[in-house]
Ligand binder design. Structure first.
Ligand code: PEP
Ligand code: CO
Length: 454
């Protein structure tokens, strides 16, 4: 059975055709002319990524869909312009590289590294307004849109921030590319693979064993071949962000004559958030026409029919690699929600890559009002996801985390046993709580451990 596409979707696509649909979560700018000036500027600036890289990622994601590769997607809930500095960027890249090393070693698969980086600046909010001490102002929607301080001026949507968003994305990406090209990922320099803070961590011994085993293999291969394996310092690193702010995304959408297709060249891999995933909504309309691999967040409220409709609209040619479904149900609901979706996608013959986001369904608020997540709930959702996909005969091709390479205390639990009291020490996220470096590395080790218990 093939799910048919409703006639309402069969119409020509243009980068601006989404504007005739209902677009949720968009900012209201006080000065429309100023918005147009900024967008005109951005349109003329060079793309952040190339279509060749985008096509390469789409091919690799198809391999992940077949179980030949594994996707590690991670980064901040919301990047901030203030954190666009050397250390947080390098640390985030490092933790992602370290996690991927653990995954490559344990899963015996190539890992596709995708940062929630270089453009993750716009946030959907469940409430349009926020009230503090009797004063009501627009919610903070990410550095791309307004400012987090609580005054009318700061909360007013400022179009100049789109220009700054483009620039900060470019600066971040430039540094990431320089680090990667400069040998940051070269296994011959294990010091690059060391985070200072892995020292003294309960995970230190395990991690060192993995690094040593990889180095031994590398040395063995080089001895056999009689030359250095130059490929070992070449890695791919891709970027992703929620394609939420449609005017901004549209301004970076370009027609590529070589392929005859439109691409979003602000990022390799944009996704549609759970709150803007209506099949007849503006976001799906925009995403329908770009050639990038695209992802949709799938939450507990989405029915199997809605998912099939999304598959039909976003991936009419049913190409593996084009569409990723990132499910995020929470540790409690995944058991009942995932199987019907997997079953109906399989019955309809729809090609998708499944990724598990074990973060967003496990957010809770402590008695003192702090947003947090428990390591054990995140792990439970992840382990349940692996087990369910195995049972259902589908493939869990990747994981999606909110994490940082820094020593924050935003999620509880993990090897160091962080408690609610620790949350007071280093809670820095403006939006959702992230795994810190140690919790993130442990998560990678736990993924591997379930495959080969030690
Ligand atoms: C997010 O990824 O930060 C997010 C808001 O996720 P979701 O759309 O799944 O709620
Ligand atoms: Co988030």
């Amino acid at each position: 059975m093939t799910h048919t596409v409703d006639n309402k979707f069969i119409h020509p696509w243009q980068p601006e055709s989404w504007q005739s649909r209902t677009a949720g979560q968009q900012p209201l700018y006080p000065d429309a002319a100023a918005v147009q000036r900024v967008l005109t500027d951005i349109r003329q600036l060079p793309p952040l990524v190339t279509w060749g890289e985008v096509d390469k990622l789409r091919r690799q994601l198809a391999e992940a869909g077949r179980g030949e590769r594994f996707v590690l997607q991670g980064g901040d809930c919301a990047e901030s312009f203030a954190d666009c500095t050397a250390e947080p960027i390098a640390n985030k890249l490092k933790i992602l590289l370290q996690m991927s090393l653990v995954l490559v070693h344990g899963l015996k698969k190539r890992v596709i590294r995708v940062g929630r980086m270089a453009g993750q600046y716009a946030k959907p909010r469940s409430a349009d307004k926020e009230t503090r001490n009797g004063i009501t102002l627009p919610s903070y929607r990410g550095d791309l849109i307004n400012r987090s301080g609580f005054s009318a001026a700061e909360r007013s949507a400022d179009p100049q921030l789109m220009r700054h968003g483009y620039e900060h994305a470019a600066l971040t990406l430039n540094y990431v590319r320089a680090l990667v090209d400069g040998g940051f990922a070269d296994l011959h320099h294990p010091e690059y693979w060391d985070l200072d803070f892995v020292r003294n961590s309960p995970l230190e011994a395990d991690y060192r064993r993995i690094v040593q085993s990889i180095l031994d293999t590398l040395n063995f291969m080089e001895t056999i071949s009689g030359q250095p394996l130059s490929e070992s310092n070449r890695i791919d690193f891709f970027t992703s962000h929620e394609g939420l702010h449609l005017l901004y995304e549209q301004a970076q959408t370009a027609f590529v004559p070589e392929t005859g297709r439109w691409y979003n060249l602000a990022t390799h891999f944009p996704w549609i958030g759970m709150r803007t995933a209506a099949a007849d909504g503006a976001h799906v309309e925009y995403f329908r026409g770009i050639a990038n691999p695209v992802a949709v967040k799938v939450g507990p409220a989405m029915s199997p029919d809605q998912v099939l409709e999304l598959c039909a609209v976003l991936n009419p040619h049913n190409e593996l690699g084009r569409l990723t479904l990132i499910h995020r149900f929470g540790a409690e609901q995944i058991q009942s929600r995932l199987p019907p979706l997997v079953e109906s996608v399989r019955k309809a013959g729809r090609q998708v890559l499944w990724i598990c986001d074990p973060m967003h369904g496990n957010t809770e608020t402590t008695a003192s009002g702090v947003k947090t997540r428990r390591f054990e709930n995140i792990l439970t959702e992840l382990e349940t996801a692996f087990a369910l996909h195995e049972k259902l005969g589908s493939i869990l091709g990747g994981v999606h985390f909110e994490l940082t390479g820094d020593d924050v205390t935003e999620c509880t639990g993990g090897a160091r046993g962080l408690t609610e009291i620790d949350l007071e020490r280093a809670y820095k996220s403006q939006v959702d709580p992230r795994l810190n470096y140690e919790q993130a590395l442990e998560m990678a080790m736990r993924i591997v451990a379930r495959k080969a218990p030690r």
